[in-house]
Design a protein around this ligand. Structure first.
Ligand code: ADP
Length: 255
Protein backbone atom coordinates (compact mmCIF):
# COMPACT_ATOMS: atom_id res chain seq x y z
CA UNK A 1 0.00 0.00 0.00
CA UNK A 2 1.38 3.45 -0.85
CA UNK A 3 2.23 5.61 2.15
CA UNK A 4 1.25 9.27 2.25
CA UNK A 5 4.64 10.87 2.81
CA UNK A 6 4.85 14.65 2.64
CA UNK A 7 7.87 16.82 2.10
CA UNK A 8 9.47 18.44 5.11
CA UNK A 9 11.29 21.71 4.60
CA UNK A 10 13.39 23.33 7.29
CA UNK A 11 14.59 26.85 6.48
CA UNK A 12 17.25 28.82 8.35
CA UNK A 13 16.39 27.37 11.74
CA UNK A 14 18.36 28.76 14.67
CA UNK A 15 18.33 27.95 18.36
CA UNK A 16 20.51 29.09 21.25
CA UNK A 17 20.54 27.76 24.79
CA UNK A 18 21.81 30.68 26.83
CA UNK A 19 25.01 31.71 25.09
CA UNK A 20 25.38 28.36 23.35
CA UNK A 21 24.32 28.52 19.67
CA UNK A 22 23.08 24.93 19.27
CA UNK A 23 21.84 25.50 15.70
CA UNK A 24 22.54 28.33 13.28
CA UNK A 25 20.53 28.80 10.13
CA UNK A 26 20.05 25.12 9.38
CA UNK A 27 18.12 24.36 6.19
CA UNK A 28 17.17 20.94 4.85
CA UNK A 29 14.55 19.18 2.78
CA UNK A 30 13.27 15.63 3.26
CA UNK A 31 11.25 14.27 0.35
CA UNK A 32 8.61 11.52 0.24
CA UNK A 33 10.03 8.20 -0.91
CA UNK A 34 13.53 9.12 0.22
CA UNK A 35 15.63 8.49 3.30
CA UNK A 36 17.22 11.74 4.49
CA UNK A 37 19.99 11.22 7.03
CA UNK A 38 21.33 13.65 9.61
CA UNK A 39 24.80 12.87 10.87
CA UNK A 40 27.43 14.71 12.87
CA UNK A 41 29.51 14.39 16.02
CA UNK A 42 28.04 14.57 19.53
CA UNK A 43 26.83 18.05 20.34
CA UNK A 44 26.48 19.08 16.68
CA UNK A 45 22.76 19.77 17.07
CA UNK A 46 21.02 16.70 15.66
CA UNK A 47 18.74 16.12 18.64
CA UNK A 48 17.98 19.83 18.95
CA UNK A 49 16.92 19.86 15.30
CA UNK A 50 14.64 16.82 15.80
CA UNK A 51 13.19 18.43 18.93
CA UNK A 52 12.37 21.59 17.03
CA UNK A 53 10.85 19.77 14.06
CA UNK A 54 8.63 17.80 16.43
CA UNK A 55 7.63 20.87 18.42
CA UNK A 56 9.32 19.98 21.72
CA UNK A 57 11.40 23.14 21.50
CA UNK A 58 10.58 26.41 19.82
CA UNK A 59 13.17 27.87 17.45
CA UNK A 60 14.55 31.39 17.85
CA UNK A 61 14.10 31.95 14.12
CA UNK A 62 13.48 30.05 10.91
CA UNK A 63 10.60 27.93 9.63
CA UNK A 64 9.50 24.30 9.36
CA UNK A 65 6.98 23.35 6.69
CA UNK A 66 5.20 20.05 6.25
CA UNK A 67 3.65 19.57 2.81
CA UNK A 68 3.80 23.33 2.32
CA UNK A 69 2.10 24.08 5.62
CA UNK A 70 3.84 25.95 8.43
CA UNK A 71 4.25 23.80 11.56
CA UNK A 72 6.96 25.76 13.34
CA UNK A 73 5.63 27.28 16.56
CA UNK A 74 3.00 24.56 17.08
CA UNK A 75 2.93 22.37 20.16
CA UNK A 76 4.41 18.87 19.97
CA UNK A 77 0.88 17.51 20.15
CA UNK A 78 -0.35 19.45 17.14
CA UNK A 79 2.84 18.70 15.19
CA UNK A 80 2.15 14.99 15.84
CA UNK A 81 -1.44 15.45 14.71
CA UNK A 82 -0.33 17.10 11.51
CA UNK A 83 1.64 13.95 10.74
CA UNK A 84 5.17 14.12 12.15
CA UNK A 85 5.89 10.98 14.15
CA UNK A 86 9.16 10.21 15.91
CA UNK A 87 10.92 7.48 17.79
CA UNK A 88 13.13 8.25 20.79
CA UNK A 89 16.73 7.28 21.48
CA UNK A 90 15.67 5.36 24.56
CA UNK A 91 12.68 3.13 23.77
CA UNK A 92 10.03 4.24 26.20
CA UNK A 93 7.76 1.24 26.49
CA UNK A 94 5.16 1.37 29.25
CA UNK A 95 5.41 -1.53 31.69
CA UNK A 96 2.77 -4.28 31.59
CA UNK A 97 1.31 -3.43 28.21
CA UNK A 98 1.16 -6.04 25.48
CA UNK A 99 2.83 -5.39 22.14
CA UNK A 100 -0.48 -4.80 20.39
CA UNK A 101 -1.66 -2.43 23.15
CA UNK A 102 1.46 -0.32 22.69
CA UNK A 103 0.84 -0.06 18.96
CA UNK A 104 -2.82 0.83 19.55
CA UNK A 105 -1.73 3.57 21.95
CA UNK A 106 -0.02 5.20 18.96
CA UNK A 107 -3.34 5.27 17.15
CA UNK A 108 -5.01 7.16 20.02
CA UNK A 109 -2.06 9.46 20.60
CA UNK A 110 -2.74 11.46 17.45
CA UNK A 111 -6.52 11.21 17.45
CA UNK A 112 -8.01 13.38 20.18
CA UNK A 113 -11.61 12.69 19.19
CA UNK A 114 -11.16 8.95 19.51
CA UNK A 115 -9.28 9.37 22.79
CA UNK A 116 -12.21 11.30 24.24
CA UNK A 117 -14.64 8.72 22.86
CA UNK A 118 -12.64 5.97 24.52
CA UNK A 119 -12.64 7.74 27.89
CA UNK A 120 -16.38 8.42 27.68
CA UNK A 121 -17.06 5.00 26.10
CA UNK A 122 -19.12 6.65 23.36
CA UNK A 123 -20.62 4.34 20.70
CA UNK A 124 -18.04 5.64 18.27
CA UNK A 125 -15.38 4.25 20.64
CA UNK A 126 -16.26 0.68 19.70
CA UNK A 127 -16.03 1.47 15.99
CA UNK A 128 -12.70 3.20 16.61
CA UNK A 129 -11.55 0.27 18.75
CA UNK A 130 -12.18 -2.15 15.86
CA UNK A 131 -10.33 0.17 13.49
CA UNK A 132 -7.41 0.70 15.84
CA UNK A 133 -7.05 -3.04 16.46
CA UNK A 134 -7.20 -3.73 12.76
CA UNK A 135 -4.63 -1.02 12.03
CA UNK A 136 -2.36 -2.23 14.83
CA UNK A 137 -2.42 -5.75 13.42
CA UNK A 138 -1.68 -4.51 9.93
CA UNK A 139 1.32 -2.51 11.16
CA UNK A 140 2.59 -5.37 13.34
CA UNK A 141 2.58 -7.59 10.25
CA UNK A 142 4.50 -4.90 8.36
CA UNK A 143 7.29 -4.76 10.97
CA UNK A 144 7.25 -8.54 11.54
CA UNK A 145 5.98 -8.66 15.12
CA UNK A 146 2.68 -10.51 14.59
CA UNK A 147 3.87 -13.57 16.51
CA UNK A 148 4.80 -11.40 19.52
CA UNK A 149 1.60 -9.33 19.64
CA UNK A 150 0.36 -10.73 22.97
CA UNK A 151 3.73 -10.67 24.72
CA UNK A 152 4.58 -7.97 27.23
CA UNK A 153 6.22 -5.13 25.35
CA UNK A 154 8.99 -4.60 27.90
CA UNK A 155 9.98 -8.27 27.72
CA UNK A 156 11.00 -7.99 24.06
CA UNK A 157 14.69 -7.90 23.08
CA UNK A 158 16.00 -4.44 22.16
CA UNK A 159 15.79 -5.05 18.39
CA UNK A 160 12.11 -5.90 18.64
CA UNK A 161 11.43 -2.97 20.98
CA UNK A 162 12.85 -0.69 18.29
CA UNK A 163 10.59 -2.31 15.68
CA UNK A 164 7.69 -1.84 18.10
CA UNK A 165 8.49 1.87 18.41
CA UNK A 166 8.47 2.19 14.64
CA UNK A 167 5.14 0.33 14.56
CA UNK A 168 3.70 2.71 17.16
CA UNK A 169 4.68 5.59 14.89
CA UNK A 170 3.38 3.93 11.72
CA UNK A 171 -0.08 3.21 13.11
CA UNK A 172 -0.83 6.93 13.01
CA UNK A 173 -0.11 6.97 9.23
CA UNK A 174 2.59 9.61 9.60
CA UNK A 175 3.52 11.92 6.74
CA UNK A 176 7.06 12.15 8.11
CA UNK A 177 8.80 9.47 10.16
CA UNK A 178 11.69 10.72 12.32
CA UNK A 179 13.98 7.90 13.47
CA UNK A 180 16.35 8.87 16.29
CA UNK A 181 19.28 6.43 16.58
CA UNK A 182 17.06 3.41 15.96
CA UNK A 183 20.02 1.13 15.20
CA UNK A 184 22.08 1.85 18.31
CA UNK A 185 22.71 -1.17 20.50
CA UNK A 186 21.36 -3.61 17.91
CA UNK A 187 23.30 -6.63 16.66
CA UNK A 188 23.94 -7.15 12.96
CA UNK A 189 20.90 -9.35 12.36
CA UNK A 190 18.63 -6.84 14.09
CA UNK A 191 20.13 -4.00 12.05
CA UNK A 192 19.40 -5.99 8.87
CA UNK A 193 15.72 -6.35 9.82
CA UNK A 194 15.47 -2.65 10.56
CA UNK A 195 17.33 -1.63 7.39
CA UNK A 196 15.00 -3.74 5.25
CA UNK A 197 11.98 -2.18 6.94
CA UNK A 198 13.29 1.37 6.38
CA UNK A 199 13.95 0.58 2.72
CA UNK A 200 10.46 -0.83 2.29
CA UNK A 201 8.82 2.18 3.94
CA UNK A 202 10.80 4.55 1.79
CA UNK A 203 10.03 2.61 -1.39
CA UNK A 204 6.33 2.79 -0.48
CA UNK A 205 6.48 6.61 -0.38
CA UNK A 206 7.17 7.37 3.27
CA UNK A 207 9.26 10.43 4.12
CA UNK A 208 12.00 9.13 6.42
CA UNK A 209 14.44 11.26 8.42
CA UNK A 210 17.20 9.19 9.99
CA UNK A 211 19.48 10.45 12.77
CA UNK A 212 22.12 7.78 12.99
CA UNK A 213 25.67 7.23 14.24
CA UNK A 214 26.29 4.11 12.19
CA UNK A 215 27.98 5.67 9.15
CA UNK A 216 27.97 2.49 7.06
CA UNK A 217 24.23 2.10 7.62
CA UNK A 218 23.66 5.73 6.67
CA UNK A 219 25.68 5.34 3.47
CA UNK A 220 23.65 2.29 2.58
CA UNK A 221 20.18 3.64 3.35
CA UNK A 222 20.28 7.37 2.75
CA UNK A 223 19.39 9.08 -0.51
CA UNK A 224 20.43 12.40 0.90
CA UNK A 225 22.83 13.15 3.78
CA UNK A 226 23.23 16.33 5.81
CA UNK A 227 26.37 16.58 7.95
CA UNK A 228 26.05 18.86 10.95
CA UNK A 229 29.03 20.34 12.77
CA UNK A 230 28.73 22.89 15.57
CA UNK A 231 25.13 23.61 14.74
CA UNK A 232 25.67 24.23 11.03
CA UNK A 233 25.22 22.15 7.90
CA UNK A 234 28.84 21.41 7.02
CA UNK A 235 28.12 19.21 3.99
CA UNK A 236 25.11 17.96 2.06
CA UNK A 237 24.89 15.41 -0.71
CA UNK A 238 24.23 11.86 -1.85
CA UNK A 239 25.87 8.91 -0.09
CA UNK A 240 28.57 8.78 -2.76
CA UNK A 241 29.28 12.50 -2.42
CA UNK A 242 29.44 12.44 1.38
CA UNK A 243 31.51 9.26 1.49
CA UNK A 244 34.18 10.91 -0.64
CA UNK A 245 33.99 14.46 0.72
CA UNK A 246 37.49 15.17 2.05
CA UNK A 247 36.21 17.59 4.73
CA UNK A 248 33.74 15.04 6.04
CA UNK A 249 36.41 12.34 6.07
CA UNK A 250 38.88 14.53 7.88
CA UNK A 251 36.74 16.57 10.26
CA UNK A 252 33.96 14.13 11.02
CA UNK A 253 35.38 10.67 10.48
CA UNK A 254 38.94 11.58 11.38
CA UNK A 255 40.37 9.71 8.38
P1 ADP B 1 23.61 16.01 19.11
O1 ADP B 1 22.24 15.45 19.13
O2 ADP B 1 24.14 16.21 17.73
O3 ADP B 1 24.57 15.26 19.98
P2 ADP B 1 22.45 18.19 20.64
O4 ADP B 1 21.37 18.72 19.80
O5 ADP B 1 22.07 17.27 21.73
O6 ADP B 1 23.56 17.50 19.70
O7 ADP B 1 23.28 19.38 21.29
C1 ADP B 1 23.67 20.56 20.56
C2 ADP B 1 24.15 21.60 21.54
O8 ADP B 1 23.05 22.14 22.25
C3 ADP B 1 25.11 21.06 22.59
O9 ADP B 1 26.06 22.05 22.84
C4 ADP B 1 24.20 20.84 23.79
O10 ADP B 1 24.93 20.97 24.98
C5 ADP B 1 23.18 21.95 23.64
N1 ADP B 1 21.86 21.60 24.18
C6 ADP B 1 21.00 20.68 23.69
N2 ADP B 1 19.86 20.65 24.39
C7 ADP B 1 19.99 21.57 25.37
C8 ADP B 1 19.14 22.03 26.45
N3 ADP B 1 17.92 21.52 26.65
N4 ADP B 1 19.64 23.00 27.27
C9 ADP B 1 20.87 23.52 27.06
N5 ADP B 1 21.70 23.15 26.08
C10 ADP B 1 21.28 22.19 25.25
Amino acid sequence: TPLAGASLTVSALSKAFGGNQALSEVSLTAAPGAVTALIGPNGSGKTTLLNMISGFYQADSGTVELGGEQIQGSSSYSVARSGVSRTFQTPNVPAKLSVIDVVESGYYATNRASLLASILRLPSFWRTKRTSQHEAQRVLALVGLTAQQHELADSLPLGNRRLLEVARCLVSSPRVLLLDEVASGLDEDEIEVLATLIQRLSAAGQTVVLVEHNFQLVLRLADDIYVLAQGKVMAHGSSAEIEHDPRVREEYLGI
